[in-house]
Design a protein around this ligand. Structure first.
Ligand SMILES: [Zn+2]
Ligand SMILES: [Zn+2]
Length: 365
């Protein structure tokens, strides 16, 4: 059945299936209203693949509060256009697309400077608060506002799974490395080797790093890190601070790429970084305070950079790197599951069961 047929069926608009938020650690697989074109700049996309991301776990655990119950979860997708608003010019029905995790206008002060993450008209998929915002992509269909400036046509030699990594984790990891002012003679540490951390390792090498330590405690994540070229440190069997200080004449790293987003990771980053170094924090933080004091920052001449990645800006720049296939990026995908198994997929990803690193959901499979 085509989307349009579903759209106009006689049984009202409750037709598609989606994963929706219903409170702490509660996601439902249920029928929700089919998305509709609201603005002439909108497109409706049929989701072919949707990722579950570490940042989905913040609302899932209510560390990030305010998400309306019933909101469709998720922000990582690849898909196909099934309907376009009257003013959409670059795309038509049937086009396969990539999308960053937030939409953007392409014209405002921020978009013109490549800071698409702070577009004044931008929203992240999967965040609706007090009725305002954008539904998520862990669904059969999603409405994409500002489609022309947000979406990118999927190049033929980028697979859907590679395209899915371009939605968030690859640009975010690369951005984390970009903020770290990497030089070939430096020593770097990545704190947290989940999907974004693994992409940050790749990003660090792509920026010219030669020595990258990878810190985590989960064996399969450390082994992925090692495959990408990093030196793994299991913090449960050794102290990363002393290992790295021993290797750097007691100085510490030139920069730390911190992608975990909690206080202990922030504290570790502050302990690892050398005087006049950089902490680059691309993990979403939900704490109220930074893990180090202003006095410590002064005494160490610290530079702290943080924030959401302008994924749309990086996406096009990273496509050639994905096409070169220098790294087996999709090897980090551990689970491929139908959307209908999304509830259990959240549990597996959250609890890191079955050596879970990254989950890809497939609607309609
Ligand atoms: Zn994500
Ligand atoms: Zn904008």
């Amino acid at each position: 059945m085509s989307h349009q047929v579903l759209h106009h069926n006689l049984f009202g608009s409750i037709v598609m299936k989606a994963l929706t938020f219903h409170g702490k650690q509660t996601v439902h697989y249920e029928s929700v209203p089919d998305p509709e074109i609201i603005s002439p700049l909108d497109a409706i996309v049929q989701v072919n693949r949707a990722g579950i991301c570490g940042s989905d776990l913040h609302p899932y655990h209510e560390r990030e509060k305010g998400l309306d119950h019933g909101t469709v979860m998720g922000h990582e997708l690849v898909g196909e256009i099934v309907e376009t608003g009257q003013e959409v010019r670059r795309f038509k029905k049937g086009d396969e697309i990539l999308s960053p995790f937030s939409n953007n206008c392409g014209r405002c002060f921020y978009c013109q400077r490549g800071l698409t993450c702070r577009c004044i008209y931008g929203h992240c998929y999967g965040w609706v608060q007090e009725g305002k915002g954008l539904q998520g992509v862990q669904a059969e269909f999603v409405r994409v506002p500002l489609a022309d400036s947000t979406l990118v046509a999927r190049p033929e030699n980028v697979t859907p799974e590679e395209g899915l990594l371009l939605a968030d984790i690859l640009p975010t990891g690369y951005f984390c490395a970009d903020m770290a002012d990497i030089r070939p003679d430096g020593v770097y540490a990545v704190v947290g080797c989940g999907p974004v951390g693994l992409m940050a390792i790749v990003g660090a090498f792509e920026h010219g790093a030669e020595v990258v330590y990878a810190i985590d405690s989960i064996p399969e994540r450390l082994s992925h890190a090692q495959k990408f070229g990093a030196i793994p440190i299991d913090f449960k069997s050794g102290d990363p601070v002393s290992v790295i200080r021993d290797a750097t004449d007691g100085r510490g790293t030139d920069a730390v790429l911190e992608v975990v987003g909690n206080e202990s990771a922030g504290r570790l980053a502050a302990d690892l970084v050398r005087p006049c170094g950089i902490i680059s924090a691309a993990g979403f933080h939900t704490e109220e305070h930074i893990a180090f004091s202003p006095m410590e920052a002064y005494d160490k001449n610290l530079t702290f950079k943080a924030g959401r990645c302008p994924a749309r800006y990086y996406m096009e720049r990273l496509i050639p790197m994905v096409q070169q296939r220098k790294y087996d990026l999709t090897s980090i995908i551990s689970h491929r599951m139908p959307l209908s198994e999304g509830v259990i997929a959240y549990d597996i990803f959250d609890k890191k069961l079955e050596a879970c690193t990254k989950v890809v959901l497939q609607p309609g499979s």
